[in-house]
Ligand binder design. Structure first.
Ligand SMILES: CC(=O)SCCNC(=O)CCNC(=O)[C@H](O)C(C)(C)COP(=O)(O)OP(=O)(O)OC[C@H]1O[C@@H](n2cnc3c(N)ncnc32)[C@H](O)[C@@H]1OP(=O)(O)O
Ligand SMILES: O=C([O-])CC(=O)C(=O)O
Length: 370
């Protein structure tokens, strides 16, 4: 048996959703750079689910559906209010999505139609859950979604409870596009493993949320912000980063299993962070980030991944750091559900082998003789 630790380089399945070829990321064959510059999140959602860009009327219909299904059942809102206030929002989100299944009488309808309906509901409801969890933790009442708003606009509105700022909505929309899908990343793979047992979409998405939470995956963006806060000023970057690297600590937001020459999403987020620094007149977080980038690249040859500049970008948008990974989940919901639909359409149980390296020829010893 040949063991590929971490499944590095293993091609586990075929997919038509997103590709990473020679460092270029595409969704359904369209370069992420073009989508980031010209598309909106709802268009990208349609693209991921349907394999092509929507017509004007198809886009309007999807927006209408997402708006119509953004509200949460009263029972789920009560449940969110009953959670302990100090749990991590990703733990709360995982439990909330699992709970949503309990209030969906067709949770186990695994037909194509049933799964497309659930994909719309989950994509629509997740921002409402994230905003409600945040407000409940702050002792505030959740704000109901506005059906006429887009996903990014609704989220900013529900978070702060006031008319959202257009710059913030545009920036968040772009960040959502950049995080929407990424080939066979760990959380998507986990979702496909669950789906391949013919379990239901809620179970697969719950699996994915638990997987995204880890700091080696989506959880890195929150850790990046912690590091920026810990460093606190540009003149401390060199000393702190050198110390971390000497101690063999990983620098969050750097490195990638697939990209060795840089993550194409990072340049967009860097530019967003730079522009927001200019607009807010608070250059500190961008400058610390840019200096960390310079030091880590020169010392280790490592480049930033999607999680690095998203931290300062979200911070400039007034988003608290514990919501960084839940926002990643709001976006990745579209990719997860696209992959779940693809898995159901051509399914085979995913079950690799393990090479056994434990003891052999052991015998059972009765408990009184141990
Ligand atoms: C959305 C996302 O999931 S993007 C990734 C988000 N995660 C992070 O930013 C966490 C920090 N980065 C990492 O831990 C890794 O780069 C990962 C998890 C992304 C990729 O892991 P792998 O492909 O398994 O690479 P691995 O961890 O084996 O790294 C290879 C070498 O580079 C080093 N390295 C990789 N990333 C880093 C880092 N961020 N800081 C310091 N050293 C690093 C490793 O220590 C290792 O060195 P060694 O060969 O001397 O032991
Ligand atoms: O693909 C990966 O391994 C991680 C990643 O960048 C993502 O999920 O966006």
């Amino acid at each position: 048996m040949t063991v590929a630790k971490g499944l590095e380089g293993v091609v586990a399945l075929t997919s038509k959703i997103s590709s990473i070829i020679d460092g270029v990321l595409t969704y359904r064959g369209i370069d992420i750079d073009e989508l980031a510059d010209h598309a909106n999140f709802e268009e990208v959602t349609f693209l991921l689910w349907n394999g092509r860009l929507p017509s004007r009327s198809e886009l309007d219909e999807l927006k209408k559906q997402l708006g119509a299904h953004a509200a949460l059942p009263e029972s789920v809102l009560s449940l969110l209010k009953s959670y302990p206030k100090d749990i991590h929002p990703m733990a709360a989100l995982r439990t909330a999505v699992s709970a949503l299944a309990l209030y969906d009488p067709e949770a186990d309808d695994n037909s194509l139609e049933g799964n497309r309906r659930k994909a719309i509901h989950l994509t629509a409801q997740l921002p409402t859950v994230v905003a409600a969890l945040y407000r409940i933790r702050k002792g505030l009442e959740p704000v109901a979604p506005r059906p006429e708003y887009g996903v990014a606009q609704n989220f900013v509105y529900m978070l702060h409870g006031k008319e959202p700022d257009e710059v913030a909505v545009k920036a968040l929309d772009k960040a959502l596009i950049l995080h929407a899908d990424h080939e066979l990343n760990a959380s998507t793979f986990a979702a496909r493993v669950t789906t391949a047992t013919l379990s239901d979409m809620y179970s697969a998405v719950t699996t994915a949320i638990g997987t995204l939470k880890g700091p080696l995956h989506g959880g890195a963006n929150e850790q990046v912000m912690k590091m920026l806060e810990e460093i606190g000023s540009v003149d401390r970057v060199d000393e702190v980063i050198r110390r971390k690297l000497d101690n063999k600590e990983k620098i969050m937001g750097f490195g990638h299993r697939v990209y060795k020459e840089g993550d194409p999403r990072a340049k967009h987020l860097r530019e967003m962070s730079r522009q927001l620094a200019e607009q807010t007149g608070d250059r500190k977080w961008f400058e610390i980030s840019a200096k960390i980038h310079e030091v880590v690249e020169s010392m280790k040859g490592l480049k930033p991944n999607v999680d690095f500049y998203s931290a300062s970008t979200y911070h400039y948008l007034g988003i608290p750091r514990e919501l960084f990974t839940p926002i990643f989940a709001m976006s990745r919901m579209t990719g997860w559900t696209a992959h779940i639909l693809e898995q159901y359409a051509d399914n085979r149980l995913i079950r690799p082998r393990a090479e056994y390296v434990g003891p052999v020829n052991q015998s059972y010893v009765p408990i009184e003789n141990r």
